[in-house]
Ligand binder design. Sequence first.
Ligand code: SF4
Ligand code: SF4
Length: 394
Amino acid sequence: MASNSRAFVDTMTTDPPVLLLREHFDTLLEALKRRGFTVVGPTVSEGTIVYDELNRAEDLPVGWTDEQEGGHYRLKRRDDAALFGYVVGPQSWKKYLHPPRTRLVEARRDGNGDMTFADGDEAEPARLAFLGMRSCELHAMTIQDKVFLGSGPADSHYERRRKRIFSIGVSCGVAGGTCFCVSMGTGPEVTDRTPHDLALTEVIEEARHFFILTAGSDEGREVLAELPVTPAAQDDQAAAKERVSHAAATMGRRMEVGGVRELLRENPDHPRWDDVAARCLSCANCTMVCPTCFCTTVEDVTDLTGDHAERWRRWDSCFTMDFTWMHGGGARQSAKSRYRQWLTHKLSTWHDQFGSSGCVGCGRCITWCPVGIDLTREISSFRDDTPQPQPSEP
Ligand code: SF4
Ligand code: SF4
């Protein structure tokens, strides 16, 4: 992102919105490539929308949308050629900023038996332009910033990737069947509450297909200056707002967040935990797809000669038995204790640890849970069966 500061807080601009026609959309990718960025964003692969390198607008999921429900995901054709007519898929941007596997350290022994140690990670990761970050995903990145760059020592592996990105947010014109960003206050419109370099909203009318763009940083403004844009008319701005309002009004899910911290904190023995444990497979899918989950484990590997060793960090999950392994076994022996840990951390103790919820309402954990466990329904069931606690900050 444009700022190199530790907190990555960019100077938000109040530049008037501009309009870019669909036939000129490739100029955005070309401008980013000229500046040395590799553009990554949504594309169709194996029946899902994943994030990968994009060379032209046609690499986006043109004319596709997604149907999402608990344990259900299907791509379907739209009746137009929208570039962003879907919501989020199984992957999140954390795959680039906090990769599933990172080599931390390399150690080598030479012929004299002397050992040398080196940073195992890339010194200068690629400069990536994230095209198509939804508002919930920008909020998720802000949450991961607190985890990796917050009050303690910065995670250098995250930091060196994070400070090199350029982010292009997309306000949603459709809502997914499992989305609840409105409840979490994280969408569907990209706003100045989250740092971004550019933000856009797609509008398709009978005779025109265009994007309303705003800059969120100085570098974003520089990129805009290279594009064939025109000032956005009031009617065109209103059309973009109307689409985002439609998405907000058609969220697939909602969650009542007032008092949820206390609800979970004060009910560790609620019978609902047994109910969900009877359904949970402890497969860890929910944590792998979640854009804010960050837990890892560390593995050491050596070659057969013993002269070369590497230390790798890889994603782990509070749902695996080994995750809390100490002398005598794992701390969370049952599915009940593992699901309780995950949900309580997401919605309650995350506030104590990082000052916000750990959930942005993206709905991925609902869609990709093989048995369709749905945290919005779990919270609703807790409320139905529990005297209401006093509400606190959401
Ligand atoms: S807990 Fe579920 S809905 Fe919330 S951010 Fe994670 S994956 Fe998205
Ligand atoms: S809640 Fe669903 S996705 Fe998460 S571990 Fe249990 S079965 Fe797997």
